[in-house]
Design a protein around this ligand. Structure first.
Ligand SMILES: C[S@@+](CC[C@H](N)C(=O)[O-])C[C@H]1O[C@@H](n2cnc3c(N)ncnc32)[C@H](O)[C@@H]1O
Length: 494
């Protein structure tokens, strides 16, 4: 059973602010998570929990007590609770159901964590169908692409839509950085958490209930963020609102992508994150091409390796049952067989980025294999490169282009035979957006000409000389290759 929010919602704004101040004063927050998150980081969360609790019980102090209560679902003594919560919130926390007493001591009824400067209440257990999820690793992928601040544009606030807001993490971060935010969710409990979190952080959000873009139809946004539920749902299992995206998992995300262009302002951008099964007979890129064949949006598909199906089945089964007993094993079997039936040994993680281009006469698309998803700055420079790539030949020829400083050229040969043609790969090490590109060996010659030349035109001359051709013979091919390189993040404007 999920904890009731009723009494906590009735607490005054002032008392909530005093709770926040009290928590901050204890030192609870990211410095505590730095310690706990370093404990067995590669184990499943459920398996790490006992180790983390063990470590925390050995540390005395209110910040650790709060971590045990509100992050790691441990029990603390009434004395520890009173010491951490202070004279007002010691009793008030019990009265309003922030914590409860059982035979073992005091337990938290909610999670409460700080991320990117905002505090977020959410549910502790996610096994119930309408449980509300707090910030997780996937939330942070979207958080990375929020700019550090949203300055006014033409005297007005940037409009952000957080679609499927959950506990409201992304909405809160965007509002704290200056955006005007609309948060929507199908789950009424999500909106209750988002409202509570807005009050707790003293931020203003516009909350709407409803399915995908229905609550904002007719409105337009500069930035839309969404992590729709994307977990596969085997037939006959209970529908969890925050987890399940359809039988294959990505159905809801694709329906959302189809609706999104309608709510994007001119030049407005959207980022949608979801998992998608890697299937021999289907490519997500192809599916997106069909979806957007007649829509005025630029599109980037960043696809990285997700988790093998076995691991996912274990993770889902635990999330659904909250145990490792018989019920877990039965649920695991159901998920494992379902995933097998789909034919997916692996799931990929996909971040689809859209940019509305109502006045442009061409719309660009690229698919990239990524290892790390982009930051706001990396994304801004990618779009800048895309704009440069569409300049007419004359202006394009005058550009000065370079490889990003993070680019590394890697050649591999099956045997130590220098005469054999190597396979070439461009990887971006330590960049704000790590990805890889397979390239033909001739690309090395073009990039090397570019490195030595002031402009694109001069590079074409140098390349033609290198391969004993004339500039007219190679010009259009090189221009096409350089435009494509800009769109793939392999080149930047100097
Ligand atoms: C995976 S959670 C993401 C929560 C939050 N955005 C984050 O990143 O932490 C997905 C959210 O989408 C909501 N949701 C599910 N189906 C929806 C729909 N059809 N329309 C709108 N929201 C939906 C769920 O209730 C849940 O809060």
């Amino acid at each position: 059973m999920l904890a009731t929010l009723d009494a906590l919602e009735r607490v005054s704004d002032e008392a909530l602010v005093r709770l926040r101040e009290r928590i901050v004063a204890t030192g609870h927050g990211p410095a505590v998570y730095d310690v706990t998150e370093a404990i067995a980081p590669h184990l499943f969360h459920a398996l790490r929990l006992p180790l983390i609790r063990l470590a925390l019980r050995r540390l005395r102090g209110p910040e650790w007590t709060l971590a045990r209560l509100f992050v790691y679902d441990d029990v603390v003594s009434p004395f520890e609770w009173d010491l951490a919560a202070g004279p007002e919130w010691g009793p008030l926390g019990m009265e309003c159901g922030l914590v409860r007493r059982d035979a073992d001591g005091i337990r938290g009824n909610f999670h409460l964590v700080q991320t990117s400067g905002v505090w977020v209440f959410s549910d502790t257990s996610v096994t119930e169908a309408d449980a509300v999820m707090g910030p997780g690793p996937t939330t942070l992928i979207l958080e990375r692409i929020l700019p550090k601040e949203f300055p006014l544009e033409d005297g007005r606030q940037v409009r952000v839509l957080d679609l499927g807001s959950g506990a409201g993490t992304l909405s809160l971060v965007a509002a704290a950085r200056g955006a005007a935010v609309v948060a929507t969710d199908l789950n009424p409990r999500s909106l209750r958490f988002t409202a509570l979190n807005a009050r707790f952080n003293r931020l203003t959000l516009d909350l709407r209930a409803g399915d995908l873009t229905a609550p904002v139809r007719g409105e337009q946004f500069d930035l839309v963020l969404s992590q729709p539920p994307f977990v596969v749902r085997p037939a006959g299992t209970e529908h969890s609102l925050y987890m399940h995206g359809g039988a294959r998992g990505d159905e809801l995300a694709l329906r959302l992508l189809q609706e999104l262009p309608e709510v994007l302002a001119p030049d407005g951008q959207a980022a949608v994150l979801f998992d998608t099964p890697r299937l021999a007979r289907r490519s997500l890129d192809h599916e997106l091409r069909t979806l957007f064949s007649e829509v005025a949006v630029d599109r980037v598909l960043l696809q990285g390796p997700g988790i093998p199906s076995d691991y996912l089945s274990v993770g889902y089964a635990y999330e659904m049952t909250g145990t490792f007993g018989r019920e877990f094993e039965r649920t695991l079997e159901v998920y494992r067989e379902h995933v097998e039936g789909l034919g997916a040994a692996h799931f990929d993680r996909a971040l689809v980025l859209l940019r509305a281009r109502p006045d442009a006469d061409q719309y660009l698309a690229v698919e990239l294999a990524v290892r790390q998803y982009p930051t706001a700055e990396a994304l801004r420079s990618l779009w800048r490169a895309w704009d440069a790539s569409t300049l007419d030949d004359e202006r394009f020829g005058r550009l000065s282009l370079q490889l990003p400083t993070s680019a590394r050229w890697v050649e591999t040969r099956p045997k130590p035979v220098l005469e054999s043609d190597p396979t070439c790969r461009l990887t971006f090490v330590g960049a704000a957006f790590q990805h890889e590109l397979e390239l033909p060996f001739s690309a090395l010659l073009v990039y090397s000409a570019l490195e030595k030349s002031e402009t694109v035109e001069a590079a074409i001359d140098a390349y033609a000389g290198e391969i004993d051709s004339t500039r007219d013979e190679v010009r259009s091919e090189v221009l096409g290759f350089l435009r494509d390189s800009l769109r793939r993040g392999a080149l930047e404007v100097r």
